[in-house]
Design a protein around this ligand. Structure first.
Ligand SMILES: *[C@@H]1O[C@H](CO)[C@@H](O)[C@H](O)[C@H]1NC(C)=O
Ligand SMILES: *[C@@H]1O[C@H](CO)[C@@H](O)[C@H](O)[C@H]1NC(C)=O
Ligand SMILES: *[C@@H]1O[C@H](CO)[C@@H](O)[C@H](O)[C@H]1NC(C)=O
Ligand SMILES: *[C@@H]1O[C@H](CO)[C@@H](O)[C@H](O)[C@H]1NC(C)=O
Ligand SMILES: *[C@@H]1O[C@H](CO)[C@@H](O)[C@H](O)[C@H]1NC(C)=O
Ligand SMILES: *[C@@H]1O[C@H](CO)[C@@H](O)[C@H](O)[C@H]1NC(C)=O
Ligand SMILES: *[C@@H]1O[C@H](CO)[C@@H](O)[C@H](O)[C@H]1NC(C)=O
Ligand SMILES: *[C@@H]1O[C@H](CO)[C@@H](O)[C@H](O)[C@H]1NC(C)=O
Ligand SMILES: *[C@@H]1O[C@H](CO)[C@@H](O)[C@H](O)[C@H]1NC(C)=O
Ligand SMILES: *[C@@H]1O[C@H](CO)[C@@H](O)[C@H](O)[C@H]1NC(C)=O
Length: 807
């Protein structure tokens, strides 16, 4: 049911984002999208005096158009001037507008996860704007561990988005990024997600959101309700959302049973960082229930946590049709639509992606279930965001953006570099890679992804059922063609690879080629929104293809794996005929060029895996629907993510090789961190193993500390190899030995640096003691333990002890 509704929303594709209703047709023609080209008339904004003049309306009667007043006052005035039915007509994603007030229609739903997408009703691709840049999927971009890159992509995307808005082809509110934790490799939306670590996900969110939203020079406004927005971003899906459809359990019915500990430690921090450090202007609540309550109906999550504790300045929108999912899927409190709406409005959900608010709120008011003041508050939250985007007044700096700012060489090159920075070298025996250009002229490029195009985009990009496509594609065979003569054989009919009849042709190519590149993996038929995986294997006969081709190959064999969640490729890792393995995520429109440039050494890879690659039997040990991160011996659950999983992996979190070699020296390290206590600070107990000595004062609650202590770490990285290269420096903290039930280690800092061959770079980290050394106990307290912590660099390339003492 909800499924169908959602689908209907997606295909009813009739909106221009800036069109007024029928009784003001003249006005419509004035601001029709085609008139909004940079060469045409002025770009459109609501409080344009000439609009009001044409409609015979006196703009001075409308205080909401008085640019001297604060946005909050203007928003209140706008809402005050609406009748109740007019108000209710603005509560869905396709807001109707109020012709009487010259308030135009507005479509809230646009998407820009890794480029402006043709998915979502607010974006329109046609002859005027046929393309936009499709950057690599987020999971690959995350693997670059390059904060500046994430921000720069956000900036490039928002420039194209704002240009499309000027052309009447997009809204100003984009429901991106996705910042749920990649909790389990089976989750279908890992392509969208920035990895398995909450700190990493949070830092990604902050940078991408700032890239999308920040208007240069206004980053540090004191009054956040007036801070301008280039476009409005939206962190989603709040919260504990990461089950699509697994063995019949779907997100429209799923109740995520989450401990307070996992909530505080893992699910919430990325959203908290997105709100507090990213100053995001939108949050989407998720379909699922959390401990029995649909997240869009939970005042604790929305009103209390997001608005009060984290001080959200923005609006809260439902995932599409969440309200009807509540009624028809979750049967929450056996609700009617009116009951559900009463609950979600009270909880703080301002906007319904769907039709439930516009359709049933009137009735709910009549039944005295909804107060008009709750509606007013929601609308004020919404309009303040639109004021900040310049919807009412324009933003002069962006006035001239247009067609020439979409698919620029610069953004296409950025998409290519992003793919190169994320590509991760997983195996390179005997320094087989890079291949030298002169020596390998005949290339066998085989496998079901050898001619990948749309598959390289992953999801939330360009769906083939709607118009629109990336600026350009470079498939792998195109990319390799610039280096040699390509002999292409798919080897499989498709990703499912359910027959072997195409394998011999691939084998024949490999027999005569100087080098063989096999491109395999997954695609949206296997891992996608609404579909979780049930195993971690390459589909069908893909492994058969790999083994046969590798066996027959004359030259070196390079395996390239395209996927988001990890696959168990132990057989290839252990096959001596396969000299090198690259993980390329879903690398975006220029993926083929990025892959070929890495294989031939034009770019030295430095990506690191943002998720653990588990062995295939992992899926038998714990159901996807169990949300917990810690191992549970009584159930045989092995734990999740590098922080808690103690089994063997195919490749661990943070893994990635280079064509060069780096040597680390820790230049400066403090060995004790004296922490100042207040007069009335109490010691907090911790569970220690019986055979370890528990300190007399085991820990202090973070809330009881000033948290003014910092420690520094200066690391010198030398490139002791023969090639220039980029290195990702990862820093972890490890709590004192013997504390029961805490993580093995946690990521506390990272930096990607470029080091020329023979050169050296120094990376300076400054860590806050509370932020970087704290743990979360079973009762969800954040605590700073005393005693011997360990700071580790990378996979133990350097480590030093740090003694925390209380005074
Ligand atoms: C990180 O990204 C920035 C911005 O795109 C770029 O200038 C820089 O070269 C990248 N750093 C490394 C080490 O690749
Ligand atoms: C819940 O809904 C069902 C089906 O609509 C109905 O039969 C039942 O009486 C309702 N229960 C309550 C407590 O309202
Ligand atoms: C609410 O009640 C009023 C007054 O009875 C009526 O005019 C209006 O149509 C009702 N609205 C809805 C949505 O039922
Ligand atoms: C983009 O610019 C680069 C470097 O300036 C140049 O090498 C390349 O040919 C240009 N690409 C296109 C498509 O114009
Ligand atoms: C590669 O894929 C593209 C797009 O699907 C198609 O047009 C082209 O013919 C394919 N190339 C080969 C060699 O099959
Ligand atoms: C193989 O896959 C194709 C398309 O992916 C499908 O039409 C066909 O039924 C499958 N055959 C078998 C035997 O599973
Ligand atoms: C592999 O191909 C064979 C023969 O075409 C087919 O019978 C078999 O089902 C395929 N295996 C898988 C796992 O799809
Ligand atoms: C991890 O597992 C190994 C054996 O597989 C065990 O020896 C070790 O104690 C475990 N470590 C922790 C911290 O549980
Ligand atoms: C790298 O560092 C190790 C120990 O820190 C040292 O033994 C080795 O000689 C260094 N290698 C180079 C090439 O500097
Ligand atoms: C301490 O006890 C834990 C379990 O309580 C055990 O795993 C560990 O091996 C013991 N260590 C020593 C040094 O005895």
């Amino acid at each position: 049911m909800a499924n169908n509704l959602f689908f209907l929303l997606c295909i009813s594709f009739t909106i221009a984002s800036f069109v007024i209703s029928t009784d003001v047709r003249k006005e419509v023609s004035k601001i029709r999208p085609d008139d909004l080209t940079p060469t045409g008339s002025d770009f459109a904004y609501v409080c344009d005096p000439s609009r009001y003049a044409k409609l015979n309306l006196d703009m001075s009667r409308f205080a909401f158009c008085d640019s001297k007043l604060p946005y909050s006052v203007r928003a209140k005035d706008l809402v005050r001037q609406m009748t109740l039915p007019e108000k209710i007509a603005q509560l869905g994603n396709s807001a109707e507008g109020v012709p009487r007030l010259a308030l135009p229609k507005y479509e809230w739903w646009s998407e820009a996860l890794h480029g402006v997408a043709n998915f979502g009703k607010g974006t329109i691709f046609d002859d005027l704007v046929p393309h936009a840049t499709s950057f690599p999927t987020v999971i690959l971009t995350t693997a670059s561990f390059n904060e500046s890159l994430w921000k720069e992509i956000g900036q490039a995307v928002s420039t194209e988005a704002r240009a499309m808005y000027n052309l009447g082809r997009a809204g100003l509110t984009f429901w991106s990024p996705t910042i749920n934790i990649a909790r389990d490799p089976r989750w279908g939306r890992i392509a969208e997600a920035p990895g398995e670590d909450p700190f990493l996900v949070g830092i990604y969110a902050v940078n991408y959101v700032r890239g999308l939203q920040d208007v240069q020079g206004t980053e540090n406004y004191i009054d956040l309700s007036s801070r301008p927005l280039k476009v409005s971003a939206c962190c989603k899906h709040f919260t504990a959302y990461d089950v699509e459809n697994w063995k019949g359990v779907d997100r429209y019915h799923f109740d995520a049973r989450v401990t307070e500990q996992d909530m505080e430690e893992t699910f919430n921090p990325p959203f908290e960082m997105c709100v507090k450090d990213g100053d995001v202007s939108g949050i989407m609540c998720s379909y699922n229930r959390v401990n029995g309550i649909p997240s869009c109906a939970d005042p604790n999550l929305l009103k209390q946590t997001l608005r009060q504790e984290w001080d959200l300045h923005g609006y809260i929108v439902s995932d599409c049709d969440s309200v009807s999912v509540m009624v028809t899927g979750h049967n929450f409190l056996n609700d009617t639509y009116e009951d559900a709406i009463a609950q979600t409005l009270r909880a703080g959900m301002d906007l319904d992606c769907g039709k439930s608010y516009p359709k049933y709120t009137g009735n709910a008011v009549n039944q005295s279930k909804v107060r008009e003041s709750d509606i007013d508050k929601a609308l004020e939250n919404l309009y303040i965001v639109l004021f900040r985007t310049g919807f009412f007044d324009g933003i002069p700096a962006y006035k001239s953006l247009g067609k020439n700012d979409i698919c620029t060489n610069k953004s296409i090159e950025l998409a290519t570099r992003a793919a190169k920075e994320g590509i991760t070298l997983l195996k390179n025996e005997g320094g087989t890679l890079p291949l030298s250009t002169g020596m390998f002229k005949n290339l066998a490029v085989v496998g079901p992804h050898a001619n990948a195009t749309i598959a390289m985009l992953g999801n939330y990009a360009f769906e083939s059922k709607h118009p629109g496509s990336p600026c350009h594609y470079t498939s792998p065979i195109d990319g390799f063609s610039t280096y040699g003569k390509v002999n292409y054989a798919a080897g499989c009919g498709d990703i499912a690879c359910n027959k072997t009849s195409l394998i011999p042709q691939a084998v024949e190519s490999a027999k005569i080629a100087d080098a063989t590149i096999i491109l395999v993996g997954l695609d949206l038929t296997v891992e996608v929104e609404k579909l979780d995986r049930v195993d971690l294997l390459l589909p069908g006969n893909q492994s058969e293809l790999i083994n046969q081709v590798a066996n027959a190959a004359k030259g070196p064999v390079i395996l390239v794996v395209m996927c988001a969640g990890g696959v168990d490729i132990s057989f290839a890792k252990n096959n001596p005929k396969i000299k090198a393995i690259l993980w390329v995520g879903y690398p975006g429109e220029e993926g083929g060029r990025a892959i070929a440039d890495v294989v031939f050494g034009l770019y030295n890879p430095g990506g690191r895996l943002p998720v653990t690659w588990y062995e295939a039997n992992y899926v038998n040990k714990i159901p996807l629907t169990s949300m917990q991160f810690r191992p549970d011996d009584s159930k045989g659950y092995p734990g999740r993510t590098y922080k808690f999983f103690n089994g063997s992996t195919v490749f661990p979190f943070g893994f990635g090789l280079s064509y060069t070699k780096f040597n680390y020296t820790t230049i400066q390290a403090l060995h004790t961190l004296p922490v100042k206590l207040g007069r009335h600070t109490h010691c907090h107990d911790l569970n220690y193993m019986a055979n370890k000595t528990k300190p007399t004062c085991p820990a202090i609650l973070l809330n009881d500390l000033q948290c003014g202590e910092y420690f520094k770490l200066n690391i010198e990285v030398k490139n002791v190899g023969k090639r220039d290269g980029s290195e990702v420096v990862l820093v972890y903290s490890k709590p004192p030995d013997g504390i029961i039930g805490t993580h093995f280690k946690q990521l506390i800092g990272f930096k990607r640096i470029f080091v020329a061959a023979g050169g050296r770079e120094v990376v300076n980290f400054v860590f806050n003691g509370c932020k970087s050394l704290s743990i979360v106990d079973y009762a969800s307290n954040r605590l700073l333990p005393s005693g011997g912590h360990t700071i580790m660099v990378g996979d133990g390339v350097a480590s030093f002890p740090l003694q925390v003492t209380f005074h």
